[in-house]
Design a protein around this ligand. Structure first.
Ligand SMILES: Nc1ncnc2c1ncn2[C@@H]1O[C@H](COP(=O)(O)OP(=O)(O)OP(=O)(O)O)[C@@H](O)[C@H]1O
Ligand SMILES: Nc1nc2c(ncn2[C@@H]2O[C@H](COP(=O)(O)O)[C@@H](O)[C@H]2O)c(=O)[nH]1
Length: 216
């Protein structure tokens, strides 16, 4: 840091995407990152019914199918997908605003949405797939969370096998057995990605300045 606390080299914000089968722990991990001010959480729109513990605007923007399709048709969504029988999408504007401010945007989206964001913003995207330690534990977590009806849990477990096969498309994989360790791994990924040469702004000028600096 220079004397006025401005970084000597600034950086572009990155898009950190976490995906997993339902119940593996990506929401828990993304929310922990945001609590540490490590980035801005992308709040999706969804047509899924609100869970008892969820708050409008904090966990999702809950909208109906008609409104969702109108947003999609007005090109207001960076990406969208149908997941477990409901529509989900990422509002475009907050993402553009956050990245322009040099902050990281943290996404909790599925593999279909991840593909779309990667295609649109290939240089900004870092992807992490979260796996459960076992299928038995995945089921136990969904049951312990106790937020979804039995048939919803059954559908999510059925979809989990298809979703887990997508791990090969991701930059990093975290097996979320111990939550604390998984969180440390996630922070390490973000820290390293922030330092990537291509994300640093004005590095060329900074090095040029170093090379031409007079020391006597
Ligand atoms: N490492 C862990 N050990 C034990 N329980 C965990 C762990 N990580 C998360 N959990 C718990 O498992 C449940 C599912 O976690 P979470 O809601 O974060 O999953 P998710 O992947 O976001 O699921 P969904 O896609 O359905 O939103 C929660 O009750 C959470 O507290
Ligand atoms: N493609 C997108 N997927 C999303 C988005 N928001 C959430 N999701 C994914 O949906 C499932 C189910 O989420 P839940 O909150 O109902 O348990 C999960 O895989 C999320 O990652 C989105 O905007 N786009």
């Amino acid at each position: 840091m220079s004397q006025d606390s401005k970084p000597l080299v600034s950086r572009r914000g990155l898009i950190l995407i976490l995906s997993s089968p339902s119940g593996a722990g990506k929401t828990t991990l993304t929310r922990s990152l945001v609590e540490e001010q490590a980035g801005v959480l992308s709040i999706s729109v969804t047509t899924r019914p609100k869970r008892p513990s969820e708050i409008e605007g904090k966990h999702y923007h809950f909208i109906d199918v008609e409104e969702f399709k109108a947003m999609r048709d007005r090109d207001e969504l960076l990406e969208w997908a149908e997941v477990h029988g409901n529509f989900y999408g990422t509002p475009r504007k907050p993402v553009e605003k956050t990245l322009a401010a040099g902050q990281d945007m943290i996404f909790d989206i599925d593999y279909q949405g991840t593909r779309q964001v990667r295609e649109k913003l290939p240089d900004d995207v870092v992807t992490v797939f979260v796996l459960p330690p076992s299928f038995k534990e995945l089921k136990a977590r969904l049951e312990r969370r106790a937020e979804d009806a039995d048939e919803v849990i059954a559908k999510r477990l059925a979809n989990a096998r298809i979703e887990m096969e997508r791990w090969v498309e991701y930059d990093y994989v975290i097996v979320n057995e111990d939550l604390g360790q998984s969180f440390q791994s996630l922070k390490a990924i973000q820290a390293a990605e922030r330092l990537k040469r291509d994300r640093l702004v004005g590095l060329q000028e900074f090095v040029q300045g170093l090379l031409t600096e007079k020391i006597d």
